[in-house]
Design a protein around this ligand. Structure first.
Ligand code: COA
Length: 165
């Protein structure tokens, strides 16, 4: 994760600069302590192609929001543009809804992150909110466009993929 987060191309729309090892350690403490619930099948997955780590995907939990799961992904630059983010995000949506008490999946990204927005759209999520970027995003190109949130309800997902429910 430290190696992944040290690539400026990977971090362009996250911090606008590489993360330090301490920042990455803090990020993963937060993700594992507050956004993972292995007992419910919610959390983070590492992806491998032919034995090589290509990135991570999430169907995460939220403290205090038992009906909601968060979809996320961060791939190595050498693995971009091969459909892997979409393939993994679809698996994450399925994983989240395999948890019976999850009613919606949500995700947020920078408005300028066209690749990430396209992945969310391809898995059936729609934009439902936007807000001004927080100050720690001011190094991200296009930060002025703010952040956007997407969501997909269980009912919408069932309509979209009736054979999978
Ligand atoms: C954003 C990211 C996940 C996309 O991963 P990917 O594996 O290249 O995505 P896919 O190959 O599944 O492509 C999905 C769609 O997005 C489009 N896309 C991908 N990168 C794009 C870009 N930079 N600009 C515009 N569209 C892009 C693809 O063309 C495809 O759409 P299409 O099928 O209509 O052609 C990847 O670039 C990444 O991990 N970036 C760094 C971390 C990051 O920004 N994570 C998201 C934080 S919210």
């Amino acid at each position: 994760m430290i190696d992944l987060n040290s690539d400026p191309a990977v971090m362009t729309y996250i911090l606008g600069r590489p993360a330090t090892p301490d920042e990455t350690a803090a990020e993963w403490r937060r993700r594992l302590d507050h956004q993972s619930d292995a007992g419910r099948g919610l959390g983070y997955w590492a992806g491998f192609v032919a034995g090589s780590f290509v990135g991570w995907w999430s169907a995460s939990s939220f403290d205090g929001r038992p009906d909601t799961s968060g979809i996320g992904y961060r791939l190595r630059a050498s693995s971009h543009g091969r459909g892997l983010a979409t393939e993994g995000a679809e698996a994450m949506v399925r994983q989240a809804f395999s948890c019976r008490d999850i009613d919606r999946v949500v995700a947020s990204t920078m408005a300028a992150n066209a690749g990430s927005r396209r992945v969310l759209e391809k898995v059936g999520m729609t934009q439902h909110a936007s807000w001004a970027a927080s100050p720690d995003r001011r190094r991200v190109p296009g930060w002025e466009r703010g952040e956007v949130a997407y969501e997909l309800s269980r009912a919408e997902w069932t309509d979209r993929t009736p054979d999978l429910e």
